[in-house]
Write a protein that binds this ligand. Structure first.
Ligand code: 3H9
Length: 701
């Protein structure tokens, strides 16, 4: 028997156990092991029922994602499941943890399913640019109905065990030991003389509903809500096949659609995104024996939008948090902001009132620094000014207990300078949240030159506790995300001077897949933020370089974005829909005139190259300077903090897939035409010359 799949006899029951840590993925060894085990159980005349379960923390979490894109190896998963389903002895899958993707498909191949109440089942393939390719699109609708199957397959969201029972995906729940529960269920099957009940032969789910209508509605919804995505429409097509074809033909159609997805560049990009996120948690140079400190309580300084958002992250994770403001009035406003933010979630139905009140009890307002003496971690989220930061950190240093971590949420200031305001620079770290902090998943963990290993490890662990994607970055102006976005935003604005409108640039980048265009984004965050940064950066700007001027002109005219009712766009009171700003056309004409530029029509490809390659060129510099540990970390930052389309894998992966020689040629062309902002990054030149990709490059080479 294979090492990863064990077959034992317990009386007249065959017990098949998968043991392939960490998540029992269905690599070739597991598939072969399952095939052998089920075949042997079938051939053993003493066996009257079969139990399938998994060791470790979870049932099978899916196909082995590492195998995608490599030559296929036999047996295939559909073949294995056909053998399981075709067995003449009743089989039961015993589910704990998560039965995902191919894991749920294996369970659907078994004749019965039981699950622990806290287990989850789902078909998340769509998130990897795929569709369930081992019968999930054919068996699930036959059991659970077309509506539920479409929801699960197109969203990729798992459901809880109790809900799975409601939808006939799971037969019953059990508490306690997996082996005991599995054997007990199998004995019942034998005693009751139950025959195999094959999911592929069920029809209940396909009856009694307007399946054609459900399919048409989902198709329309996907086309509208997920434009540019390759696999969701194919998911719908596969389920549609289940509604009109016999199982064997439906499975064939599913296979064809699966292979189309497998070969699509979007699958490669989404799988890259999956592994990159896990890789980001691994910190170079952090000794394996460093253990994180326990964070049992925290405090946030500053009750603005950012500070309150951060405080709510702690409350959401069930941790008590103190929110400090300078006086009672400001504190009152901050606490009201916390309540309003939760209130909006209650209104949307994503939070109950009871949960809101419970979480709010964890947020304690304070106005005296002395109240912070006992907390394990403080995060400063005050105004971006070094003088203000100095005052805050000196006071924190004076009141906080030894061992407390002092963090700054600065988005661009020098963390080493901030650490130097304290007598414990090794306890200082940057925790850069993204607005709205209680929603955005990204957390840049800024490693100062003196930040201790323990503090860094604690910050990464805290990221997990707060359900963030934490990525380590080094100290520089803007760290990784904002340093790159400076280039992106600047180039977008240069496009306005060349002849584009904000509408054109935003539309081109949205078509590329960005969640928001750069100008709508700037209007949302406020144009004064960029103005303050440019003011600071101008002091050190190399000769011959300057910033575009439109944004400063808008600021001078008091048009700071949504908060003033106008910026690049105009906004009706209480309405965030961008309208044309009539004052802008003249400003654009004037900006072009001043620079002697004849305005021209810009095509979409040029807009994309000018903005996205600006990100890439800066990303290459960041990599070479060691500000990011690896190119995939930059991708994770852009996917989780800047609305970069996951189906393109992130800016560095996108550049890799375009080809670095092609990217470099364009960067050189822009350098010749637009000047030194476009100086090619040496790493880009090196890798392009060597015919390599960013993904292939390792720090320290
Ligand atoms: C599929 O099934 C296709 C079929 O329909 C058709 C086939 C014909 N493969 O996330 P974690 C690794 S598509 C390989 O940190 P958690 C992961 O990289 C698949 N490796 O743990 C990490 O490795 P490392 C459909 C995998 O507890 C380690 O396991 N299934 C796989 O936070 C721990 O992962 C999915 O999409 C895999 N399938 O979350 C499920 N999964 O330690 C994908 C994980 O070296 N997986 N790894 O960095 C998940 O959603 C989460 O991992 C899970 C656990 C919820 C299971």
């Amino acid at each position: 028997m294979s090492e990863v799949v064990r077959l034992e006899r317990r009386g007249d029951i065959a017990l098949i156990t998968v043991n392939n840590p960490p998540v029992n993925a269905l690599g070739v060894a597991v598939r072969a092991g399952l095939q052998q085990a089920f075949e042997r159980a079938e051939a053993d005349t003493e066996v009257r029922a079969v139990v399938l379960l998994c060791e470790g923390t979870t049932f099978i979490a899916g196909a082995d994602i590492k195998e995608f894109g490599k030559p296929p190896q036999s047996p295939s998963l559909p073949e294995v499941i056909e053998i399981i389903e075709g067995g003449s002895k009743p089989s039961v899958a015993v589910i704990h943890g998560t039965a995902l993707g191919g894991g749920l498909e294996v369970a659907l191949g078994c004749h019965y399913r039981i699950a622990r109440p806290d287990a989850k089942v789902g078909l998340p393939e769509v998130k990897l640019g795929l569709l369930p390719g081992a019968g999930g699109t054919q068996r699930l609708p036959r059991l659970a109905g077309v509506a539920k199957a479409l929801d699960m397959i197109v969203s990729g969201q798992p459901i809880g065990a109790a809900e799975a029972v409601e939808h006939r995906i799971v037969d019953e729940l059990f508490e306690g030991d997996l082996v005991e529960a599995g054997l007990a269920y199998a004995r019942r099957m034998v005693e009751e003389g139950r025959a195999p009940r094959r999911s592929g032969e069920q029809t209940a789910g396909l009856e009694g509903a307007d399946n054609a209508g459900l399919i048409a509605a989902k198709h329309a919804e996907v086309a509208k809500r997920m434009p540019g995505l390759f696999s969701p429409l194919r998911c719908v097509a596969a389920v549609e096949a289940a509604t009109r074809l016999p199982l064997a033909e439906g499975l064939k159609r599913e296979r064809e659609l699966f292979v189309e997805c497998l070969q699509s560049p979007q699958r490669a990009a989404l799988v890259h995104a999956f592994f990159s996120e896990r890789q980001a948690g691994k910190v170079a140079g952090l000794p394996a024996d460093v253990s994180p400190r326990q964070i049992k309580s925290a405090a946030v300084i500053g009750g603005g939008t950012m500070g309150v958002g951060i405080a709510l992250c702690f409350a959401n994770a069930g941790l008590p948090v103190k929110l400090l403001e300078i006086n009672d009035e400001a504190l009152g406003r901050a606490l009201q902001r916390a309540r309003d933010t939760y209130g909006a979630s209650v209104k949307r139905g994503s939070l109950t009132e009871v949960a809101m009140e419970k979480r709010l009890t964890l947020v304690q307002g304070v106005t005296d620094y002395a109240a912070l003496a006992d907390v394990d971690l403080v995060i400063e989220a005050v105004f971006e000014d070094m003088g203000v930061k100095q005052q805050v950190f000196e006071r924190l240093d004076a009141v906080c207990k030894p061992g407390a971590i002092l963090a700054s949420n600065t988005s661009s200031l020098d963390l080493n300078a901030i650490a130097a305001f304290t007598k414990r620079p090794e306890e200082v770290v940057g925790l850069h949240f993204f607005s709205p902090a209680n929603v955005m998943r990204l957390l840049e963990v800024v490693r100062g030159e003196r930040t201790s290993h323990e503090v860094l490890a604690t910050s990464m662990a805290l990221g997990k506790t707060l359900k963030k994607v934490a990525v380590v970055v080094g100290v520089c102006d803007g760290f990784v995300g904002n340093r790159m976005v400076f280039q992106y935003g600047r180039e977008a604005e240069f496009l306005l001077e060349e002849g584009a409108t904000p509408q054109q640039v935003d539309a081109a980048l949205r078509d590329f897949g960005m969640a928001m265009g750069p100008f709508a984004m700037r209007d949302l965050s406020g144009l004064d933020i960029g103005q303050a940064i440019r003011k600071r950066q101008r002091a050190t700007l190399p000769a011959g370089l300057d910033f575009p001027t439109v944004s400063d002109k808008l600021c001078e005219a008091g048009m700071l974005g949504q908060k003033t009712g106008a910026g690049y766009y105009r906004y009706e009171p209480g309405n965030r829909t961008p309208q044309e700003n009539p004052a802008l056309a003249e400003m654009l004409e004037a900006a072009s005139r001043e620079k002697g530029i004849e305005r021209r029509t810009l095509d979409e490809a040029y807009i994309i190259e000018r903005t996205i390659y600006a990100l890439v060129n800066e990303g290459a510099k960041i990599l070479e300077e060691g500000i990011a540990q690896r190119s995939s970390d930059i991708d994770v930052i852009y996917l989780n903090g800047y609305g970069f389309p996951a189906f393109r894998g992130g800016p560095m992966f996108y550049a890799d897939s375009v080809g670095l020689d092609t990217v470099l040629a364009k960067v050189k062309e822009l350098h010749a035409r637009c000047g030194d902002w476009w100086k090619p990054a040496p790493l880009l030149e090196k890798l392009a010359a060597e015919g390599r990709t960013f993904s292939q490059w390792q720090a320290g080479e």
